[in-house]
Design a protein around this ligand. Structure first.
Ligand SMILES: [Fe+2]
Length: 328
């Protein structure tokens, strides 16, 4: 395994392009994000947590996925990235809200990967409290009623993204240089040397972190598979889905519960056909957590969900949603 040069803290935001900024703003609001600001042709959308923005999209001729932006620990780490890679740019001031600094470079497939530090935080947005459940064995809620209001989900933060990659080993060793570490992987049962999907966490030592912040999938076409956003609780995912459906948007797959990562999920198509996920109740792991390697299949841990049968649509990449990196 490659020795990491730095250790990424978390996914900070994801960057897309669109040829319909108004249409995307409508969709993202219905998905449960809030406009922070629009600067020039770029829309900055925030969640209810304290990040200035978790999703950006800029007006270009064709839609596309530019790339992920990862938060690093220090300016020193930005310098390390900038000086350790031939194709890495210089440290630049970010022109978005909350400013901060970034270094960008193309990954082996041409995704424009950015490392960011020092973006100011905002006060969190008010939301209802997450619901507490009475279970068969524990009745903690007494004399209180479950009445979550209908409407868009309360998207808190960006959680992870899955990239489809052309050369799996090359991409794996690229991302390991930034501290990404296997949580679990799924291999081809017909050829166990072929990893199909690697779920990778940030190396935060003993601290708890999401089961996966980055996933790499050996699957064509080469495109972002999906980006994923954490919601308040299960009712939030379901009510948020009802709202998107009522607005005429298309569900890709959901609601269900994954196995690796355990999230309760609901996948949607944005107006360009990019898959975007609402999730809640994901696993937290650390560097002591067991790492498994399991065969893909209908049954067992290599299956994609514990409940919520997979839809045909989920496996598709729409032709409008294959562009990656900056506009050529
Ligand atoms: Fe996901």
């Amino acid at each position: 395994m490659n020795q990491p040069i730095i250790r990424v803290v978390d996914l900070a935001f994801v960057r897309y392009r669109t040829n319909d900024l108004e249409g995307m703003e409508r969709f993202l609001k219905a998905f449960g994000m809030t406009v922070n600001t629009r600067i020039g042709n770029t829309l900055y959308m925030r969640g209810t947590d304290s990040d200035q923005y978790i999703y950006t999209t800029e007006l270009t001729k064709t839609p596309g996925f530019i790339g992920p932006s990862f938060e690093v620990e220090s300016m020193t780490d930005l310098e390390k990235v900038s000086t350790s890679f031939e194709n890495a740019g210089d440290i630049e001031k970010i022109s978005g809200p909350g400013e901060g600094y970034s270094v960008a470079m193309l990954d082996p497939d041409g995704y424009d990967v950015q490392f960011v530090y020092g973006i100011d935080k905002l006060p969190c947005l008010n939301t209802r409290d997450a619901l507490s459940f009475n279970t068969g064995t524990k009745k903690g809620r007494t004399g209180l009623f479950q009445r979550p209001t209908a409407g868009p989900a309360h998207v808190k933060r960006v959680g992870h993204l899955i990239l489809r990659v052309a050369d799996f080993d090359k991409s794996m060793s690229f991302y390991q240089k930034f501290g990404f570490t296997l949580s679990d992987s799924v291999y081809d049962p017909k050829d166990d040397s072929q990893t199909l999907v690697a779920f990778m966490k940030c190396n935060r030592g003993a601290k708890w972190t999401d089961h996966h912040t980055l996933g790499l999938a050996r699957r064509t076409p080469i495109a972002v598979d999906h980006t994923a956003f954490e919601c308040l609780d299960m009712d939030d995912v379901v009510l948020g889905g009802n709202y998107l459906k009522a607005q005429g948007y298309q569900r890709a797959w959901g609601v269900g519960r994954h196995i690796l990562g355990s999230q309760i999920f609901d996948y949607w198509r944005d107006p360009h056909g990019f898959k975007i996920e609402h999730w809640t109740d994901g696993d937290l792991v650390n560097m002591e957590s067991p790492v498994t390697r399991v065969p893909a299949g209908e049954d067992g841990p290599g299956a994609i969900s514990q409940w919520g049968s997979i839809s045909e649509d989920y496996l598709k990449i729409y032709s409008e949603a294959v562009e990656i990196g900056p506009e050529k």
